[in-house]
Ligand binder design. Structure first.
Ligand SMILES: Nc1ncnc2c1ncn2[C@@H]1O[C@H](COP(=O)(O)OP(=O)(O)OP(=O)(O)O)[C@@H](O)[C@H]1O
Length: 257
């Protein structure tokens, strides 16, 4: 499905990173990162394995401390806020990670209720039911409400994982390899879902992927991590309009024989 036009507020950076550096021992992983995620946009982060994409997500979510630089998320100075403020901030971020496995012993309904009951003290049973039904409808899987995760396909489990993050109405979504391991048709469905979430939940998203079809279909902008910095940032076409040998193979591998 063609991506619909979305309203992106270029005056509102929900994530604002400046001069970010992070090393492990002698290895300088991030060497001066500047990055903005604007309100309402889908930003795709590309880079070779081991370039530091996961490290970047961990820094944004406060799981790692930077060596240098600033990280602002929804107005919070992430490295310097208290643990309590960090926990409150993380509830405003939806993480859709490859390993964010569903609880196998719980039905889809129970899996979706879990984050709500845990994070929304005093929520009524009726509100829980309404929210569960609403997110299941959003991911197109209302019929699975009483099924066990083992009865779902990989693509369905991915959708339920996304529903489980949506149930807390996140302002930011982080997708880590959302299409990894899925067949091409399911990949397209997940790409469409990412765009629907952007439209219907008014989220701003960071999408980490090696899948350039995903990048092309979902990204309003693409940022390519090269040698510890975002050296190419722009639309998909702008980023790949180059003969740079660090960039071109990504395109060729995905789109040419
Ligand atoms: N806690 C840590 N301690 C030491 N080194 C680490 C730590 N976390 C990450 N690294 C190193 O930082 C580098 C970047 O890792 P990262 O996981 O961010 O890569 P990535 O870009 O997400 O890769 P992939 O695409 O394969 O997932 C790797 O060389 C990794 O070994």
């Amino acid at each position: 499905m063609q991506k619909q036009k979305v309203n992106i507020d270029m005056t509102n950076e929900v994530v604002k990173i400046r001069g970010l550096e992070k090393s492990f021992g002698d290895y300088d992983v991030l060497r001066g990162i500047d990055l903005d995620l604007f309100q309402g946009e889908n930003l795709v982060v590309l880079g070779r394995s081991g370039t530091g994409k996961s490290v970047l997500i961990k820094l944004i979510s406060g799981l790692l401390m930077p060596d240098k630089g600033t990280i602002e998320v929804l107005g919070n100075d992430v490295p310097h806020i208290s643990q309590r403020e960090l926990e409150a901030l993380r509830i405003r971020i939806g993480f859709s990670f490859q390993n964010s496995a569903l609880y196998d012993s719980m039905t889809v309904r129970k899996n979706l209720e879990f984050p709500l009951v845990r994070n929304r003290k005093g929520i009524t049973k009726a509100e829980v039911n309404k929210n569960v039904e609403s997110v299941l409808d959003a991911v197109g899987l209302s019929q699975t409400i009483n099924q066990m995760p083992s009865e779902l396909s990989g693509g369905q489990r991915k959708r339920i994982g996304i529903a489980r993050t949506l149930i807390l109405n996140p302002e930011i979504m982080m997708y880590d390899e959302p299409t990894a391991g899925l067949d091409p048709i399911t990949c397209i469905e997940i790409n469409d879902l990412i765009n629907e979430v952007q439209q219907n939940y008014n989220t701003s998203s960071i999408i980490i992927t090696h899948d350039l079809t995903c990048a092309k279909q979902t990204g309003d902008r693409v940022a390519m991590l090269l040698d510890g910095k975002f050296q190419r940032v722009g639309t998909f076409e702008e980023v790949f309009n180059t003969e740079d040998p660090r960039v071109k193979p990504f395109y060729d591998y995905n789109f040419t024989e």
